[in-house]
Design a protein around this ligand. Structure first.
Ligand code: MG
Length: 415
């Protein structure tokens, strides 16, 4: 089991960027919010705020109660993206960046000759110094070094902030046993229930489970792949995470908290997502729409609907699906606070056969592709609101650049 992957994870990234850019925020508890409103929640918290129990997702009012001295700043996504690109460039001079896993995480392969524990550690220390010199003292990182991306990610989670942890065969499962199952990448609440149904209640049980058992839990090959990643049998950096979904979410400002407002924003998000699909030469075969609703006494509802369809990157076909899913999603008396749409079942055009049912959308597949590439080119050339489907008109100002979980915004399509 050789060390092959070095993973860099920025600590409290958005809040650290703010502290770097605004020296008056340094050493103070900071909450980064999408807008200044008591009903919104923190999308990031500085280490000083985390010490008071403020986390990503903590409501502003609650954060103020936990930490009376907290300073709220409105997120500046364009800054975060720019610094991300600078960080990638710096890291890349030291270890080749194979994949940016998110805005604040990148996976590198260890160069030849640097795969021993000592040498890899030296490289990580050099990298920390280079990042500090290039970006500033507030931007600290936790580095994980392991045989594959999955283990390197767990290693980077073991020590924060400013961590450096190596995990190889002599260390395993050691420190992993202190973790909860849901701390492991790829184990969400749904997967936890399936593991528990198989008698797997801890990371130790999971470590001792046989490969076939995990195959049963995951319902297929994915279980065996997980077994290999966990035990360090799958090695390298490239194997991880081909893009499996693409989407956007948006916290609605007060004036858009109606069914019509929410739909208009979803319409814009769908148009943006479609443009990204085309830029990445992908087709989507499924869509999920998720809402966060509230009612007078603070009750919450999270409706979610999905549909499958013939793989497409056509904006009109995707908008058509959105409108089929929509009716009844916002029951009377409820106010939408947040909307999200996700395109999944992504594939490359060659992996699919043409749809036999294109009746909804006029023109041949080739004509549609030509139309959308012209639209995309005009929007890149003249700005993002040059041409769009009229159905999204009301929401046009409400889908600015956002940073989703696993997506680095492309300044060209989203700027
Ligand atoms: Mg991070």
């Amino acid at each position: 089991m050789t060390l092959r992957c070095l993973l860099v994870d920025f600590n409290s990234y958005f809040a650290s960027v703010e502290q770097q850019l605004c020296p008056e925020l340094r050493g103070r508890p900071v909450g980064v919010v999408p807008m200044l409103a008591d009903t919104t929640c923190c999308i990031a918290a500085s280490y000083e705020a985390k010490a008071f129990g403020v986390k990503t997702g903590t409501q502003v009012a609650e954060a103020r109660r936990l930490c009376p001295g907290i300073v709220f700043v409105v997120a500046r996504h364009a800054e975060y993206v720019q610094i991300h690109h600078r960080a990638v460039a710096v890291v890349d001079t030291i270890a080749p960046v194979e994949q940016a896993l998110s805005i604040d995480e990148m996976a590198c392969s260890l160069p030849m000759g640097w795969t021993s524990r000592e040498r890899a550690t030296q490289l990580a220390l050099r990298l920390k110094t280079a990042l500090r010199e290039a970006l500033g003292e507030c931007l600290r990182v936790s580095v994980g070094i392991a045989p594959n991306v999955f283990l390197a990610k767990q290693a980077s989670n073991l020590q924060k902030p400013d961590g450096l942890v190596v995990l190889d065969s002599t260390d395993l499962p050691g420190p992993l046993l202190r973790m909860q199952l849901t701390d492991l990448t790829g184990i969400n609440v749904r997967m936890l229930a399936r593991l528990q149904a198989q008698g797997i209640h801890s990371v130790e049980h999971l470590w001792r489970a046989r490969r076939e058992q995990l195959r049963v839990v995951w319902g297929g090959m994915a279980g065996e792949a997980f077994y290999d990643r966990l035990h360090g049998l799958a090695s390298g950096v490239q194997a991880a995470n081909p893009r499996r979904s693409l989407g956007h979410s948006h916290v609605l400002p007060p004036e858009m908290r109606s069914a019509e407002g929410a739909l208009a924003v979803l319409d814009r998000l769908t148009q943006k997502a479609a443009m990204r699909l085309r830029r990445e030469h992908l087709l989507a075969g499924a869509m999920t729409v998720m809402l966060k609703l509230t009612r007078r006494h603070g009750e919450r509802l999270r409706p979610e609907r999905g549909a499958r369809f013939a793989p497409t990157a056509d904006t009109r076909a995707l908008l058509h699906t959105l409108r089929e899913l929509w009716p009844g999603m916002v029951p009377a008396g409820w106010a939408p606070m947040k909307v999200a749409m996700l395109l999944h079942d992504l594939r490359q055009p060659g992996q699919t056969s043409a749809s036999l049912f294109e009746g909804d959308v006029p023109g041949s597949a080739a004509e549609q592709a030509a139309l959308w590439s012209a639209v995309d080119a005009l929007n890149v050339r003249y700005g993002r609101h040059t041409i769009y489907c009229g159905s999204g008109h009301q929401g046009r100002e409400e889908a600015p650049m956002r940073i989703a979980f696993n997506h680095i915004p492309d300044l060209e399509t989203e700027g």
